[in-house]
Write a protein that binds this ligand. Structure first.
Ligand SMILES: [Zn+2]
Length: 184
């Protein structure tokens, strides 16, 4: 399915991120995961600031009255995040049913790319896209979710997430699964 087998390296930070005091995620079996759903963080992101920005997302998601939950979420709502430098972070367990895409949370695994990929925002970096490629390869081989079951948030909800620029990349990627689109 993919042209090359990239080396896969990631930083596991799931145990150091802030979580809700009392709320816990409901759990699922790995074979419940049938879809991968891509998001952007919708905030301008800077190189070298990945960890800090992810911590801020976790703080926001667990806080009272955020846009996802009035009571606050149990923790960060994505199990994978990729920063502008292309660093891949594991931020939650695959078994956690995190709240990232209504009606698709049980079957969907979320990946968030840091950045605002909408008009007036920024482009995903080449390092970020390369890492997305590696992560998709890794997940498709370990979870048996093919490129055809990789979606964007906007495929299921009336949202601009993950921004036109990343959305078009994912569409191209699905249409041409054997080509890494360098000149995006
Ligand atoms: Zn989203």
């Amino acid at each position: 399915m993919f042209l090359f087998k990239p080396k896969f390296k990631f930083k596991d930070i799931k145990d150091i991120l802030p979580v809700h005091k009392t709320r816990k995620w409901k759990r699922r079996k790995r074979n419940n995961i049938l879809e991968i759903i891509i998001h952007h963080s919708a905030a301008i992101s800077k190189k070298g600031k990945g960890l800090e920005e992810i911590e801020n997302i976790a703080i926001y998601h667990k806080s009272l009255g955020n846009h996802i939950s009035k009571r606050g979420c149990p923790g960060i709502c994505y199990p994978w995040v990729i920063d502008r430098d292309g660093v891949i972070y594991k931020t939650s367990d695959h078994e956690n049913i995190t709240w990232h895409c209504k009606r698709h949370n049980l079957r969907g695994l979320g990946i968030c790319l840091l950045g605002k990929f909408t008009k007036g925002g920024q482009k995903p970096t080449l390092d970020q896209l390369r890492s997305l490629e590696k992560l998709l390869f890794y997940l498709s081989s370990t979870l048996k979710v093919s490129i055809h079951h990789v979606y964007c948030h906007r495929d299921f909800k009336n949202t601009i997430c993950p921004g036109d620029l990343l959305y078009y990349y994912v569409c191209l990627r699905k249409a041409y699964p054997k080509i890494f689109i360098k000149d995006f």
